[in-house]
Design a protein around this ligand. Structure first.
Ligand SMILES: *[C@@H]1O[C@H](CO)[C@@H](O)[C@H](O)[C@H]1NC(C)=O
Ligand SMILES: *[C@@H]1O[C@H](CO)[C@@H](O)[C@H](O)[C@H]1NC(C)=O
Ligand SMILES: *[C@@H]1O[C@H](CO)[C@@H](O)[C@H](O)[C@H]1NC(C)=O
Ligand SMILES: *[C@@H]1O[C@H](CO)[C@@H](O)[C@H](O)[C@H]1NC(C)=O
Length: 445
């Protein structure tokens, strides 16, 4: 469609002018070692779900029970398992410093423990080699909602302490296999889903509900790994149903990370009087907070894939507030924004409506710009990743809504890729750069 490409060209010219001058910031304003990337996760892009020895994860089971939004599955997804070379080339052309992807545990150790699958291991060797050959840093997620189904059947996965031994063996295998690809030692951390909560009104009850919501989303995981204990507000609300750390566990937890990843999508308003259905349904958290973490997970599992995502607004910027909170409360850890992006309805990926994703550009640009003040104020922020590199089988949107810088035609058996305007914007932002990647480092979560 030549007319469409012409339109695209005009808009790109306009956008890159805006990006470099009008909005008054460029890549040069960031520290030279600041990493810009984009991400995905295994089940959401790979496909090949039953190929080369892979067995199901709890995600396969969940979506095959028709529980995903729109009833889709990741059986084929974006077919990255077969198209990784094409994708890495696109990443290179986009100018990414890094690609954040996840390893499917069910692909490398199909039962979750025991026998290793050489074909599965090999796929990630190939992917990592391809990235490194193009000078792109691998940022590897070890588990992205996709616990092997075998572990779920044996002992309910995360809910059992038996999980620790199997996860450790899996993590050790990944370090042994893939660790030598790095010139410097891999760094290990944890990534949190990190909406920023604000009270809808300044009522005492909403302010209290907001603190509770932040505690149950962020502090729940941050306090144990920084201070070796659960947040007071959780202990008060949950009493003895909250697991208790022994002194040994508490000491092991303290400082057990090199970095914190944050996945941020929206500022969510908390309104306690209506919290009973609407905050839970619309905002993915039960601010009444009367469930133990495992219980809360069940609540999410039951509801989350039917939920509406919180509305995204490119003028409402939550990352700086969250970074300030984390800097002050948690001893200013190293932070990576591991996911940030904007959903649009999928539609036909070859159509102008899909190409011309100016709202996505505005959202990403405003969020990137917002990082500068946090860095100037001393936050230990080291990188930013757009979610997502290409359209995925979305956790909350199935194949109905998408975040990709690159669109994927999920109706096409070849899963043709369609770079969107946002990919050209990101690319032109990244190109304004003198940084050379001299060392390859890996970040593992
Ligand atoms: C690159 O950054 C400089 C200032 O930092 C700016 O003047 C220039 O317009 C930018 N170029 C592009 C292509 O963004
Ligand atoms: C998904 O499946 C359920 C039942 O299996 C059905 O009621 C619903 O209409 C389906 N939704 C879509 C979008 O196909
Ligand atoms: C987006 O946020 C801005 C700033 O808070 C607000 O003025 C605007 O009304 C919001 N837009 C929508 C559609 O909610
Ligand atoms: C930066 O610090 C100033 C002064 O303390 C403060 O007013 C501002 O809110 C801070 N901004 C961020 C993003 O942390």
């Amino acid at each position: 469609m030549p007319s469409c490409f012409f339109l695209l060209f005009l808009v790109i010219k306009h956008i890159s002018a805006t990006a470099s001058s009008d909005s008054g910031f460029s890549r040069h304003d960031f520290p030279p070692d600041f990493v810009f990337g984009a991400g995905s996760s295994a089940y959401q892009v790979e496909g090949a779900a039953a190929e080369d020895g892979r067995k199901p994860s709890m995600w396969d089971t969940f979506v095959h029970a028709g529980k995903a939004y729109g009833n889709g599955t990741g059986d084929i997804a974006a077919d990255q398992y077969h198209k990784y070379k094409e994708d890495v080339k696109l990443m290179f052309e986009m100018g990414l410093d890094a690609y954040r992807f996840s390893i499917s545990w069910s692909r490398v150790i199909p039962d979750g423990y025991g026998a290793v699958n050489p074909k599965g291991l090999n796929y990630y060797h190939n992917l990592i080699n391809e990235l490194v050959n193009y000078g792109i840093e691998p940022h590897v997620t070890l588990s992205h909602f996709d616990i092997p189904q075998g572990l779920q059947d044996d002992y309910k996965g995360f809910e059992s302490p038996k999980f620790i031994e199997d996860f450790t063996a899996y993590a050790d295998l990944c370090f042994k296999e893939y660790g030598d690809k790095e010139k410097q030692q891999g760094k290990i951390g944890i990534t949190l889903l990190a909406f920023w909560y604000e009270p809808l009104t300044n009522s005492v009850i909403n302010i209290a509900a907001t603190k509770k919501a932040i505690a149950f989303l962020i502090d729940w995981l941050m306090e144990p790994i920084v201070y070796g204990r659960y947040p007071a507000i959780m202990r008060r609300n949950l009493g003895s149903s909250l697991p208790h750390f022994t002194e040994k566990e508490s000491n092991l937890l303290k400082g057990s990370f090199d970095f914190i990843g944050l996945n941020h999508y929206a500022v969510v308003k908390v309104d306690e009087p209506t919290a009973t259905p609407s905050v839970q349904d619309d905002n993915m958290i039960d601010t009444r907070a009367n469930a133990v973490p495992a219980g809360r997970f069940r609540i999410l599992e039951r509801n989350i894939f039917r939920l509406k995502r919180p509305e995204q607004n490119s003028s409402e910027i939550g990352i700086p507030k969250m970074l300030r909170y984390i800097k002050q409360k948690y001893k200013n850890p190293t932070v990576l924004i591991h996911e940030n992006g904007y959903a649009t309805d999928n539609g036909d990926p070859s159509s102008p409506a899909s190409y011309l994703d100016t709202k996505r550009i505005e959202f990403i640009r405003n969020n990137i710009q917002s990082l500068l003040e946090s860095i100037r104020n001393g936050s230990n922020l080291k990188g930013y990743f757009v979610w997502s590199f290409l359209d995925c089988f979305e956790s909350f949107g199935g194949y109905i809504s998408h975040f990709g810088l690159i669109g994927v035609d999920f109706k096409d058996t070849n899963r043709k890729r369609y770079p969107r305007l946002s990919s050209y914007w990101y690319s032109s932002f990244l190109a304004n750069n003198t940084r050379k990647i001299e060392t390859s480092s890996a970040f593992v979560e």
